[in-house]
Design a protein around this ligand. Structure first.
Ligand code: NA7
Length: 539
């Protein structure tokens, strides 16, 4: 039987997309999920220290006030186990599981123009056909294990943080090497160090980090959150990043040095991503940014006792928050432990992995376990993995050879009726994801609803609309300091051979939402809406 819609992925995006298409539009929907259970990112990322960097009272759905108010988070930042409990609660509450097929990895998705259907094949050889295909595969679901020569010869065990074994890894008595010091590595190192015999952290690019200050939530805060649903929702919808706090209106140089320092100190004590919101122009003006960068570098030097190690950790070559800013629990403090060492890969790059461990240009580091905290083939990787072919057999990989070409990050020319939740060219990874996800899922639902109400069978953006949107995405990035981090995964720079194009839309979620709504209100400007044959034949 042909379905109305296929949704790929059962994380935050896929669950809500299923609910909207099935229960609001009344469509027949099947969700295909590669994992054995729901959860998306949180199913896979169970590495030591894994925790969400968004605050729990905003890292959730807002579409149902009752759902929001009946769920209680226990900590300021939720860990994977609590997020998974939450998602199971949502899935049960809205009876979603019956339409999700687990263990079904999509290996091909081909558009049949004659039938106007997507044909989707799973790794097990199952085939599905549907009018609409919605990708809900997330932005960071394709693990990046660097092709370091000799990995296959390593006599110990190795793991990527994004595919962490659910039974956990026992580090006791082990010499562990951790490659990578992004948000993940910064969360993992302190926890690994606490149980390993020894931890060697291999750092290629030094990173800023601000204390997360995680803590249990008290009853008063929980009550306040429950009572402030409308206000919290309003803030997440009106701020550029979808977080539950506003960016200060003052510029860095509107205040004197002493006051500035006090503001940074207070933000450091408060902790979290909110540090970036201390002033309006931190990610817009280099001189302003330098003040935040210098403040954090001073903190690193003050925390880390060994001056050489402190110098390597504080030798940061890009503006603060130009790469995704990590937040941590005792990351820099970890380097004061006797069982932790830092290796500066800028001074001694990794040459190969040997049976005994990691060999850099300077020496060999004997290891029992290597942990790759080396990130993801972000944004495009998860889409390419599905081998999507659109009109005339055009492979998405080929269409995007020079970088993703989308309209609003929602659809791509050449791929009718394929919708991408938080696709490249949308605010996505620059935001608190569930807020961006809800906006996309609702827009997609409205668009499909509109198509059906108006006898439209095919929707596809024009090449011109996509080209113009690409320019807007580039301009939005260039208005910030973000492109100055030339090694960032926002630019695809972490994956060798990947085109270097700034992928997320940096113009802010609130502005983006308004734009998407305007386009829809104008009858989906920039999209070709092809009427069904029956509709076209009407006198
Ligand atoms: P990131 O932010 O991409 O960090 C990956 C880290 O791994 C980063 O320090 C990289 O250094 C390092 N890396 C990558 N490849 C290598 C090789 N070949 N050799 C040495 N070091 C390497 O991934 P995360 O998982 O930490 O975070 C991803 C997002 O998940 C995060 O931003 C949140 O949104 C959630 P580099 O900086 O490239 O020099």
């Amino acid at each position: 039987m042909d379905l109305d819609a296929l949704v790929v992925g059962a994380g935050f995006s896929g669950l809500y997309q299923l609910h909207c298409l099935r229960d609001r539009l009344g469509l027949s929907v099947q969700v295909l999920e590669a994992a054995a259970d729901l959860g998306g990112t949180w199913y896979w990322n169970r590495y030591p220290g894994a925790r969400c960097d968004s605050e729990s009272h905003s890292y959730c759905y807002f579409f149902s006030k009752e759902l929001y108010q009946e769920w209680e988070w226990s900590e300021r930042y939720p860990g994977p186990a609590e997020i998974l409990r939450y998602l199971h609660h949502v899935a049960d509450r809205f009876d979603l599981k019956r339409d999700i097929r687990f263990g079904a990895r999509v290996v091909a998705a081909c558009y049949d123009e004659g039938e106007n259907l997507w044909e989707v094949t799973t790794a097990a050889g199952e085939r599905y056909r549907a009018t609409y295909l919605v990708s809900a595969v997330g932005c960071l679901s394709s693990a990046n294990v660097p092709a370091i020569p000799g990995l296959e010869s390593f006599a110990g065990r190795w793991y990527h943080t994004g595919e962490w074994p659910h039974e956990g890894v026992d580090f006791r008595g082990k010499r562990v090497g951790q490659i990578g010091t992004g948000s993940t590595g910064i969360q993992a190192a302190p926890v690994i160090a606490a149980s390993a015999k020894h931890l060697t952290v291999f750092q290629r690019t030094a990173q800023y980090s601000v204390p997360a200050r995680n803590a249990p939530l008290d009853a008063a805060f929980k009550r306040q959150v429950r009572e402030s649903y409308d206000a919290i929702r309003e803030v997440t919808r009106s701020t550029p990043n979808g977080h539950p706090f506003r960016i200060d209106r003052r510029n860095v140089f509107d205040v004197g040095e002493q006051e500035r320092r006090a503001i940074y100190e207070a933000a450091w004590e408060k902790g979290g991503l909110q540090f970036r919101a201390s002033f309006r122009d931190i990610v817009l003006d280099k001189a302003a940014n330098d003040t935040a960068a210098d403040f954090i570098k001073q903190k690193i030097r003050a925390v880390v006792r060994d001056p050489k190690t402190a110098a390597v950790l504080a030798d940061i070559d890009h503006p603060y928050a130009a790469k995704r800013p990590p937040i941590d629990t005792d990351y820099f403090e970890t380097f004061n432990r006797d069982n932790v060492a830092l290796v500066d890969l800028r001074a001694e790059p990794i040459e190969r992995i040997t049976p005994a461990g990691v060999r850099t240009r300077a020496r060999e580091y004997p290891l029992d376990i290597v942990v790759f905290a080396t990130g993801f083939d972000a944004m495009t990787g998860p889409l390419f993995r599905m081998n999507i072919r659109g009109r005339d057999g055009l492979a998405l990989r080929d269409a995007w050879r020079e970088g993703p070409k989308t309209y609003l990050g929602l659809m791509a020319p050449g791929f009718p009726n394929l919708f991408t939740v938080t696709g490249p060219g949308s605010p996505s990874v620059l935001t608190n994801m569930p807020v961006a996800i809800e906006q996309h899922v609702e827009w997609i639902t409205d668009c499909i609803g509109w198509m059906r109400a108006n006898g439209v069978e095919r929707c596809e953006p024009t090449a011109r609309a996509a080209e113009r949107w690409g320019v807007q995405v580039e301009e939005a990035a260039n208005a910030t300091l973000l492109p100055l981090a030339t090694h960032s995964w926002y630019l695809g720079a972490n994956v060798p051979g990947k085109p270097q194009v700034f992928m997320p839309y940096a113009g802010g979620l609130a502005r983006y939402r308004a734009l998407c709504d305007e386009i829809a209100a104008r009858g989906y400007d920039g999209f070709v809406m092809e009427p069904s044959r029956a509709e076209a034949a009407r006198p």
